[in-house]
Design a binder for this molecule. Structure first.
Ligand code: FAD
Length: 492
């Protein structure tokens, strides 16, 4: 019988939990003894995934959905036996709005983040003026950018569709997802599909039409807006996922309220907690946002730590607001709206949560959720709690005409939670990966590397778990050392 190896996972968000779960799957499959301990700083597990019930409402603090286009979350749900809990968005209202000239204007059908894929809807939309539509049409004839390499989303959209499209449509739609400055955001790392369309079809519009023709309707369908047709959640909220993982892992030692302060490396790994405990391990998986990972790795891996610290993060907050339906004059026939940053208003976006998903508010009531902060709205995140809620409430009066105060509000802050994938991000991650190869038994998972969404985090966790298993059972290691190392970050 093989001796039991010790694995310590640091961080109890979805990345750490999914690493623990996949390790347990692998251990079961191969009947190999592994002692897994997960250390979490806070008294609760789940990280930014946070669901709460109040007065018959179901409130999401952090993520409110995941996309099915990236299958990791749905596949994990199947393995956990919770597919019956998965719920889709309300088909009747699969559309969104953009704030323009004091009003919420519907995003035309088939519009995919930066470009149209339905001609008639595009021609008829009041969202864009004639000059902008003509300029967007010219995209069909704009040559590809010579040479390769990364480019900012801002530069790409401006080059292909013009300044107005960037300012009035692309920035708010993309900002609603990445809370980033498009002038710094890496196209290659966040929206590679558009780069691919330019390379392959010579035009994004042509690429979108070709994809439609090929039957790959993911991008457009009959919906409009960011990608609403593909958004899924759980009937009882996103925390269903993290709670279920924990309940399936009786063999894992979960230590909450155990912030890790230091990692040391000699023959084995040593993990020091704030309470002064020192745990030794064969493997350490750091499943934290990069800034926090950087702090812990400063002593054993200073150069790696510097590279991790160079991935910037932004702080965001959400404000859930409960209203009586009769108090909101707007029709609310959509999933929400985004607000262009150039308008200098105070929120990034607002979801009509109880329209988007069933079961979020009692009969006759409405749940809205405003998204605040990010790279272009730091001053709003900096407000005191009361001022932030007041500001959001006033903003909603402006967009939706609601004069009556909400029945209640609930504010959640997520400091330094949103990684900003800057131009050159993928090369930066490759450099992190190559440095990691020097430290046997050290693994990283999380939202800093190859995707910020919940499915991306799960994917990075599962790759990390696969690589850990191969490390502790070398007889199962892949033949090529290069491929072994490339998987250590959980990214390849
Ligand atoms: C407001 C918001 C809305 C979002 N909306 C969506 C969405 O709709 N769809 C989507 O797919 N994605 C969304 N995302 C992104 C996605 O939710 C996150 O990227 C993902 O959940 C991050 O998970 P994680 O486990 O990597 O990190 P986290 O959830 O941040 O977990 C890290 C954990 O590590 C713990 N920790 C930190 N330091 C230490 C330490 N020293 N020792 C021990 N533990 C430590 C923290 O307490 C935390 O629990 C959203 C994110 C936010 C913040």
């Amino acid at each position: 019988m093989a001796t039991s190896k010790k694995v310590i996972i640091i961080g109890g968000g979805i990345s750490g939990l999914a690493t623990a779960y996949h390790l347990s799957e692998l251990v079961r499959r191969r009947s190999f003894p592994l002692e897994v301990t997960l250390l979490e700083a806070k008294p609760r597990l789940g990280g930014v995934i946070e669901t709460r019930s109040q007065e018959g409402f179901l409130l999401e603090g952090g993520p409110d959905s995941f996309i099915s286009e990236k299958p990791a979350a749905l596949e994990l749900s199947k393995r956990l036996g919770i597919t019956q809990e998965v719920t889709g968005t309300n088909e009747k209202f699969r559309r969104s709005f953009i704030y323009k000239n004091g009003k919420l204007v519907r995003v035309p059908e088939g519009f995919y983040l930066i470009a149209p894929s339905q001609i008639q809807a595009f021609i008829q939309t009041p969202l864009l003026d004639l000059a902008t539509k003509l300029r967007m049409g010219c995209e069909l004839f704009i040559p590809k950018r010579p040479g390769g390499g990364d480019e900012s989303v801002g530069s790409f959209v401006r080059r292909r569709f013009g300044e107005t499209t960037l300012r009035e449509v692309a920035q708010p739609m993309i900002g609603g997802i990445y809370t980033a400055d498009p002038e710094r955001l890496s196209l290659e790392a966040t929206l590679p599909q558009f780069l691919e369309m330019e390379r392959h079809y010579g035009s994004v519009i042509r690429g979108l039409f070709a994809r439609k023709k090929l039957g790959k309707k993911n991008a457009s369908r009959a919906a409009s807006g960011p990608r609403y047709s593909l958004f899924l959640s759980y009937k009882e909220g996103m925390e269903t996922l993290t709670r279920k993982i924990v309940s399936k892992l009786p063999e894992v030692q979960f230590k909450v309220s155990s912030p890790v302060t230091k990692i040391r490396h000699a023959v084995r790994w040593e993990v020091v907690t704030q309470q002064g405990g020192v745990l030794d391990a064969d493997v350490v998986c750091v499943a934290l946002p990069a800034q926090q990972a950087a702090r812990l790795l400063a002593e054993p891996a200073p150069s790696l730590s510097r590279d991790l610290a160079a991935i910037p993060y932004e702080s965001v907050a959400t404000v859930n607001l409960a209203y009586r339906r009769q108090d909101i004059p707007h029709s609310l026939e959509g999933f929400g709206f985004v607000v262009p940053a150039f308008t200098r208003r105070k929120i990034v976006a607002c979801s009509f949560s109880s329209v988007k998903f069933a079961g979020r508010a009692p009969e006759g009531m409405v749940l809205l959720r405003a998204f605040v902060g990010g790279a272009l709205h730091r001053e709003v995140y900096a407000l005191e709690d009361e001022a932030m809620v007041r500001t959001v409430t006033e903003e909603l009066r402006h967009y939706l005409g609601v004069e009556v105060p909400p029945v209640f509000t609930s504010l959640n802050r997520y400091p330094q939670s949103m990684p900003q994938y800057q131009v050159g991000h993928l090369s930066h991650v490759a450099s992190i990966r190559s440095q990691l190869a020097v430290f046997p038994g050290l693994y990283l998972a999380g939202n800093a590397y190859n995707g910020i969404g919940v499915p991306d985090c799960i994917k990075s966790a599962e790759f990390a778990a696969d690589a850990i298993m191969k490390y502790v059972r070398p007889e199962h290691a892949p033949k090529s050392l290069a491929s072994f190392h490339s998987r250590r970050l959980g990214l390849s």
